[in-house]
Design a binder for this molecule. Structure first.
Ligand code: UFG
Length: 343
């Protein structure tokens, strides 16, 4: 049987590297492309060590169409792409909108255009539950209406979804899937890859693990006066290895011709909402430590609560989140300790 090759753009990043591992372990050939603007070659090394496969890596910026063409499309015979490569900091996108639109849209336009031109049929796009904004009802299904984006970052996710939808509709043989991730957390159980933000972490779990490691003095909980049972925000925290497996399932669906529509969307979450304060408690319990935290004011732009209805992914992709939260929180801490040389 033909071995399928998958191009993973942004494959040196957090979700990309975990997905590369799952793809290799599922029997795919993988090519990682990344411009290393917000990622590290160490992640590629980690993928190679975990899988025992010398996964090829190409340092390239997806905004450079000519480089993409010659160094990836001419050089490798992939029939699927998973496009992760994008900037992802909500706050930064508000300060630097043009950079965000240029980077996230140019790179995706190039990838989609080249896939079409070279007759490479399967495009998987890394989207986000941010497209739902503050939902009127929980949990959100794929039929929950999208809300106008509240940041340029969120807007790029919506625009890229639309670019994919419209392009596959107009191109015979092209298929697209957008996976809307909820909040990815955790790390590979080997502790060889994980989340490694540059500078001060913006996301909750890396801030928690860095505080536990003593790099940050105190975690600020952004608000305890929201209309939720304990007053803190509620999110659907999905283990990054579970999320990575969802990509394998989605790529298989496209390769095996099981898509029901040329363009499909799936929520990738656990279906359970967990509050910030609850997550802190669970982290402390799972790892047997105490975290220094304080209640701070609300962070601008935060939505109150969101969690997924993952039924469509469960039924259509045959995918389920299966790692329990305590294991995920232990893996996140093991990774932080590994990175800081604490073991
Ligand atoms: N939080 C804190 N303290 C921190 C960091 C976060 O209390 O130091 C809280 C936030 O207020 C929020 C929760 O932890 O309630 C989760 O915050 P994250 O920043 O980890 O995640 P978000 O839900 O804000 O953002 C995530 C992705 C974005 C995506 C967004 C969609 O990181 O890429 O979901 O809602 F756009």
């Amino acid at each position: 049987m033909k071995k399928h090759t998958v191009l993973v753009s942004g494959g040196a990043g957090y979700i990309g590297s975990h997905t590369a591992v799952e793809l290799v372990e599922a029997g795919f050939d993988v090519v990682i492309a990344d411009n290393l603007s917000n990622s590290d070659l160490g992640a590629v090394e980690g993928v190679r060590r975990i899988t025992g496969v010398e996964v090829p890596f190409v340092e390239v910026d997806c905004c450079d169409r000519e480089a993409l063409r010659t160094r990836l499309f001419e050089a490798y015979d992939f029939d699927s792409v998973i496009h992760f490569a994008a900037s992802k900091a909500v706050g930064e996108s508000v300060r630097k909108p043009l950079e965000y639109y240029r980077n996230n849209l140019d790179s995706f336009l190039n990838v989609v255009d080249l896939m079409r031109a070279w007759g490479r049929p399967n495009i998987l796009f890394s989207s986000s539950c941010t497209v739902y904004g503050e939902p009127d009802r929980q949990p959100v299904t794929e039929l929950t209406p999208r809300k106008p984006a509240t940041s340029p970052y969120g807007n790029t996710k919506q625009i890229c979804e639309d670019i994919l939808r419209d392009t596959v509709a107009a191109s015979e043989g092209l298929r697209g899937i957008a996976l809307r991730y909820f909040n990815p957390i955790g790390a590979h159980p080997s502790a060889l890859i994980g989340e490694l933000p540059r500078g001060v972490p913006q996301n909750l779990l890396p801030y928690i693990t860095q505080t536990a490691a003593g790099l940050r003095e105190c975690l600020s909980v952004f608000g305890d006066d929201y209309p939720t049972p304990d007053g803190s925000n509620i999110r659907d925290y999905i283990d990054v290895t579970d999320l990575a497996r969802a990509h394998v399932a989605a790529v298989r669906r496209m390769i095996e011709g099981r898509c029901k529509e040329p363009y499909e969307v799936f929520n990738i979450g656990t279906g359970h909402g967990v509050s910030v304060l609850e997550l802190i408690r669970r982290f402390e319990q799972a790892n047997g430590l105490k975290l220094n935290y304080r209640i701070a004011g609300r962070r601008e732009g935060d939505i109150v609560a969101i969690w997924a209805d993952p039924t469509r992914a469960n039924e259509e992709l045959g995918w389920h989140a299966r790692r329990n939260l305590d294991d995920t929180l232990r893996a996140a801490w093991a990774w932080e300790k590994h990175v800081r040389g604490m073991e």
